[in-house]
Design a protein around this ligand. Sequence first.
Ligand SMILES: [Zn+2]
Length: 113
Amino acid sequence: MKDITIGLTASRKQLVRRMPNPATILPGSLLSRMVHCNKPGCRHCEKGKGKGHGPIWILSVSLGNRRVRQIPIPREMKKEVGESLLAFAQAQKLLKQIAGVNLESLKERKRRR
Ligand SMILES: [Zn+2]
C-alpha cells in the first residue's frame, strides 16, 4: 500500500519537473495565409493563377462566445510565438496529468486512513 503512494509521489515529481516556465506561455494557434496585393501586373497575384505573397503568420486566439482575435505575427517572432504556444499546450497537458495523480493519491490516502 505504501508503495503506491511512493510511486505516485515520484511520478508527480517527474511531471512537475517537465512543466515549462509559465512566464512564456501564449494562448491560441498559428495559422499561415497568402495575401494578394491587388497591384496591377503583379505576377504573384495574377487573377486565377498567382499564389499571392507570403505566407504571413497569424496568431488566432479564441475570446469565447465564438469570437476570435487574429494577430499578425512578424516573421522574426514566429519561432518564439510557436514555442510559447507549445509551452502552453505542454503546461495544460501536464496539469491534467498531475491532477490525475493527485486524485489517485487522494483515494489512496482515504483508503489507508
Ligand atoms: Zn502581389
